[in-house]
Design a protein around this ligand. Structure first.
Ligand code: ADP
Ligand code: MG
Length: 502
C-alpha cells in the first residue's frame, strides 16, 4: 500500500480561455507474456525467425483443431497480478471476440471479457518532488495476439506473417487515475519495471511487446476528486488513442488530445467518444472510428475451452517464489546502504544495475559505492553509449578501488586515475597501485621534505599565510603537486600548519 504520508502529485492543469482544465487518463496496456510457447499452441514465440515458420495448425485456424492452454502463460499472468498486489481469480473463463482480419486466421481472438484471471490491484508511481500516485488496476486478462500484416514490401500486394498469431498477451487495464502526460509515462515505465523484475514481459516497446491504448478526457478542477468519492458526473467523455509504443509519443499524444478536446468544449461543442490514432510526424491525433462504427464483436464463451480453474496452493507457491520487487529493493537500499531516495531509484532501475551495485557495496561504504557506480561507471558507460553488460570494469575491480581508498593506500584523486587505467586497460587495482607506484605517501619524512621545499621556494607566500591562515591551503596544493597527488592530504595539511606555526 502507498504510505499515506506521501503526498499525491498535482494534476496537470491546462489554462483555457474559459478557465482551468484537468486531464483524466486510463490506460490499457498490452504486455507480451515472456514464455517459450504460445497461449494455446506449442509453436515458438522466439522473435526474428523466418516469417510464418512458427505457426501451428491452431494458430493458422485450421478446422477441427482444439486449443490447449499453456500453463506457463497462466503462471506468468498470475505472477504479474501478484506483483501488482492484485486479486487472483481462481475461476476465470475465455471468450471469443469475433472479427475478420487477414492476420487473424481463426476469425476470432480468444480473450477474457467477463471473467478475467486477475482482478483489482495497484501500482505506486513515484513522481518528482517526493510525491507518488496510487494508480488502481481494474483487471488483467489473458488473450491471444494477432499476426502482422505487411503493406510496405510491395506496391501491389500485402503480406502476412503469422509468427505472432496466438502469442499470449496480458491486457492490464488501469482505472482512470492518471492525471497528466508525465504520470502516464511514469506509470507505463513502472509497470514495465515490475514485469521485468518478475521476468513476465521483456517490455521492449520498440519491438511492440509492450503497447498501450490511452484513454483521455478533460474535466474541470475538482471533478476527479468527486469521481473518487463516487460521483462520476463531472468527468468528460473520453477518446481512446490506440496502439502507442513509445513513452515520448504517449506524452505528446495525451497533451495534443487534451488540448483538442478543450478547444471543442470551449467552442460550445461536445467530445464524441471515439478511437483515434496518433500521427507522430504531425504530432496530432485523428479519428479512426467513432462509437457508432465500433465493432460488434459478438463475444461468447469459447466452447473449445473449459473455464480455467487454478488452486490457491499453486498461487501461494508462485507468491512464495516471487523475487524482490522494485519498491522493496529500493526501500532496502535506502535502509541498508544509507542511500538517498534518488540514488536508490537509479540503482534499482533494473535488476542488473541493482545486482552490480550490491556486489560493489557488499562490506563497503554504501554511499561511496553508490557514487562510484552511478557517477564514475554509469556516467562513463552512458557517455560512450555502452550498456552495463559491456562494462569493462567488474564489481570486483570497482570494489577493489574503493578498498584502496578506504585503507588509505590511495587518495580520492589517485583513485580517479586508477579507475581510468582499470577502465581502459584492465587489471587488478591493488596490483596496479603497486606496479605503477601509485600508493599514497603517508611516510611523514617524505612529505616533510616536500613541505620544506615548497616553503623555502616561496618566502613571500609564507609571510602572507602567517598573516592570513586561510592561505595555508595554497601550500597544501603545492605539496600535492610536487608529490604527484600521492601524498596523504590529511598528513600534508597537518605538516603545513605545523611548519607555518598556524
Ligand atoms: P469500457 O467498458 O468501454 O471498456 P472501461 O470503463 O472499462 O470502458 O474503461 C476502459 C479504459 O478507459 C480504462 O482504462 C479506464 O480507466 C479508461 N477510462 C474510463 N473512463 C475514463 C474517462 N472519463 N477518462 C479517461 N479514461 C477513462
Ligand atoms: Mg472495459
Amino acid at each position: 500500500m502507498l504510505d499515506q504520508s506521501v503526498p499525491a502529485p498535482k494534476p496537470k492543469v491546462i489554462e483555457g480561455v474559459t478557465g482551468p482544465w484537468e486531464i483524466v487518463i486510463g490506460l490499457e496496456v498490452h504486455a507480451q507474456v515472456a514464455t517459450a510457447a504460445k497461449l494455446f499452441s506449442g509453436a515458438s514465440t522466439a522473435v526474428g525467425a523466418e516469417p510464418n515458420s512458427q505457426v501451428s495448425f491452431i494458430d493458422a485456424g485450421m478446422p477441427g483443431m482444439l486449443p490447449v492452454i499453456n500453463e506457463g502463460c497462466v503462471a506468468q499472468a498470475v505472477r504479474t497480478g501478484l506483483g501488482l498486489r492484485a486479486q487472483i481469480n481462481l475461476w476465470s473463463a475465455f471468450d471469443r471476440k469475433n472479427y475478420f482480419y487477414p492476420d487473424l486466421p481463426q476469425g476470432y481472438q480468444i480473450s477474457q471479457l467477463y471473467h478475467p484471471l486477475v482482478g483489482e490491484g495497484e501500482v505506486i508511481v513515484e513522481m518528482p518532488g517526493g510525491t507518488a500516485r496510487r494508480v488502481r488496476i481494474e483487471r488483467i486478462h489473458l488473450e491471444q495476439d494477432a499476426g502482422k500484416s505487411i503493406h510496405d514490401m510491395d506496391p501491389t500486394m500485402s503480406f502476412v506473417d503469422l509468427n505472432r498469431t496466438g502469442v499470449a498477451l496480458m491486457e492490464i487495464v488501469s482505472r482512470p487515475d492518471i492525471r497528466g502526460p508525465e504520470e502516464a509515462a511514469a506509470y507505463v515505465s513502472k509497470l514495465r519495471q515490475i514485469m521485468r523484475y518478475l521476468g513476465t514481459c521483456d517490455g521492449d516497446m520498440q519491438h511492440g511487446n509492450l503497447r498501450a491504448d490511452v484513454n483521455v478526457s478533460v474535466c474541470r478542477p475538482g471533478a476527479w476528486e468527486r469521481f473518487m468519492e463516487g460521483d462520476a458526473s463531472g468527468l468528460g467523455t473520453r477518446c481512446e488513442i490506440k496502439n502507442m509504443n513509445s513513452l515520448r509519443f504517449i506524452q505528446a499524444a495525451i497533451d495534443h488530445e487534451a488540448r483538442r478536446q478543450i478547444a471543442i468544449l470551449e467552442d460550445g461543442g461536445s467530445v464524441v467518444q471515439e478511437t483515434r490514432l496518433y500521427d507522430p510526424d504531425r504530432g496530432e491525433t485523428r479519428s479512426m472510428r467513432s462509437k457508432e462504427e465500433a465493432h460488434d464483436y459478438r463475444y461468447f464463451p469459447d466452447p473449445d475451452l473449459l473455464p480455467l480453474e487454478i488452486e490457491q496452493a499453486w498461487v501461494d507457491d508462485l507468491a512464495a517464489s516471487l523475487p524482490e520487487l522494485p519498491d522493496e529493493k529500493k526501500a532496502r537500499f535506502i535502509r541498508d546502504f544509507g542511500l538517498s531516495d534518488y540514488d536508490a531509484s537509479v540503482l534499482t532501475a533494473d535488476t542488473s544495475d541493482a545486482a552490480f551495485f550490491e556486489a560493489v557495496a557488499q562490506g563497503r561504504d554504501g554511499k561511496m559505492a553508490a557514487n562510484w557506480v552511478i557517477n564514475d561507471l554509469f556516467g562513463r558507460l552512458k557517455k560512450e553509449g555502452h550498456e552495463l553488460s559491456d562494462s569493462p570494469v567488474s564489481p570486483a575491480q570497482l570494489g577493489g578501488i574503493i578498498d584502496l581508498i578506504q585503507s588509505g593506500d590511495i587518495s580520492g584523486k589517485i583513485a580517479k586515475d586508477l579507475f581510468e587505467i582499470v577502465y581502459t586497460e584492465g587489471g587488478e587495482p591493488a596490483a596496479l597501485v603497486e606496479g605503477r607506484g601509485m600508493r599514497q605517501v603517508t611516510d611523514t619524512g617524505a612529505i616533510e621534505k616536500a613541505v620544506e621545499e615548497v616553503i623555502a621556494a616561496n618566502p613571500a607566500q609564507v609571510e602572507k599565510a602567517k598573516a592570513n591562515p586561510k592561505l595555508a591551503g595554497w601550500f597544501v596544493g603545492q605539496v600535492m603537486k610536487v608529490t604527484g597527488g600521492k601524498a596523504n592530504p590529511a598528513a600534508v595539511n597537518a605538516l603545513v600548519n605545523e611548519r607555518l606555526g598556524l
